[in-house]
Design a protein. Structure first.
Length: 392
């Protein structure tokens, strides 16, 4: 396993570092202090587009990556989260659902729903809605229902903690055609924000990661055309297997983004370590063996977690099953982020407790990484079933 990065990836990392230091971290701090995401019209988002970052990311996703696509995502994801994980999610673009659309969408859907993001000159967003008030970790328990009609489909249900949903041009909504058939009946629909019945929109208040929206909304007799079904009519339940259609695309995307969340946790952990070390040096606390022991522990755990994450990414890039490794990476890195941020709080002390140091924000941000893309508890269930040969 080669641990050196290519000149191509190094250039992307350098660009992410420059953007993060000059733009993303200041914007993330501004959102955190205000307690809410930056408004759509904020100058940060237009600068993001003017710099061509959204188009550059789309182009990078289509080009060969010497390290492999997932490994590249991990390296860039860590660097982005180091400066501000929330602003990475808040950035304009097609975001998470683009992978699902590319994997399962029809050519017409790719052109209609992803095409505009390659050419937009003003900020635009897309979103993916999976979690529900009564079902987050258990994807078979979802109750948002799609009923077929002569004109298309009618959607009813509720979603919660959906990133960027109130500002998105469209939301890809995971539904079921028949709750009694579990995952095999699940399908995803493009729902444009202006569609009648897309209502009850509420941006939730969060402890951390305040710089992007976590949105709850209701679908109330929300009509969508038949061609808004991801993959088209060919993906209806007659395909049978739970791994087909939009559910298969969803799980495939989550398997990749689970490693991406691990990378984000690494970025948060590294930022907490660097900030704690900077404070210790400037304050003179670095002279204490107790402080040096804490810094050594932080660095050792970060480096171990990074190797585990890179292994999971390498396996994905080499088409090896990495369900066990990606779950392990997600658990370990999230815990390392929380532990590192907590140790940083101890090192910085009263200044952090009063909210006057970056490490306090990182302490709050880190908690969510144990929850998103499958909680630590669910990852342990996945690992346990895998280890004894049960279905995942």
């Amino acid at each position: 396993m080669e641990l050196q990065i290519s000149p191509q990836l190094k250039k992307l990392v350098d660009d992410a570092r420059e953007w993060g230091e000059t733009e993303a971290r200041p914007a993330g701090l501004e959102a955190d202090r205000s307690g809410s995401p930056l408004p759509v019209g904020h100058a940060y988002f237009q600068r993001f587009i003017d710099r061509g970052r959204g188009r550059r990311e789309l182009m990078a996703a289509a080009e060969p990556a010497p390290e492999g696509r997932i490994t590249q995502m991990v390296v860039l994801g860590e660097e982005s989260a180091y400066w501000d994980r929330g602003m990475g999610v808040a950035s304009p673009g097609a975001g998470f659902p683009s992978g699902m659309v590319n994997a399962a969408g029809t050519p017409e859907q790719k052109e209609r729903f992803l095409g505009p993001f390659a050419h937009h000159t003003t900020p635009h967003w897309a979103s993916f809605a999976l979690t529900e008030p009564g079902g987050g970790s258990d994807t078979a328990a979802f109750r948002t229902h799609a009923r077929k009609t002569d004109k298309g489909y009618v959607l009813n249900g509720a979603k919660c903690f959906i990133g960027n949903a109130s500002r998105a041009d469209w939301v890809l909504v995971q539904t079921t055609l028949d709750p009694t058939k579990g995952r095999a009946a699940q399908r995803a629909f493009f729902v444009e924000r202006s569609t009648p019945g897309f209502t009850g929109v509420k941006i939730e208040k969060k402890m951390g990661l305040r710089s992007y929206e976590s949105v709850s909304f209701i679908l109330e007799d929300c009509e969508v055309p038949a061609d808004h079904l991801l993959g088209g009519e060919r993906s209806e339940p007659k395909m049978g297997a739970a791994g087909s259609g939009s559910y298969g695309a969803t799980m495939g995307a989550l398997n990749a983004t689970r490693v991406g969340v691990a990378a984000s946790a690494l970025g948060v952990a590294r930022a907490a370590y660097d900030e704690a070390r900077r404070f210790a040096r400037e304050s003179g606390a670095i002279k204490s063996p107790r402080i040096r022991d804490k810094l050594e522990l932080m660095l050792r755990k970060i480096r171990g977690a990074r190797l585990m994450t890179l292994q999971a990414a390498w396996m994905a890039d080499n088409r090896r099953s990495n369900i066990l490794e990606s779950s392990m990476a997600k658990i370990i890195t999230a815990e390392v982020a929380q532990e590192t941020a907590a140790l940083g709080m101890e090192i910085v002390g009263l200044e952090a407790g009063a909210g006057h140091n970056l490490v306090e924000k990182l302490f709050r941000d880190a908690k969510a990484l144990n929850i998103v893309e499958g909680t630590g508890q669910i990852q342990r269930v996945i690992m346990g079933r895998s280890l004894v040969g049960l279905p995942r």
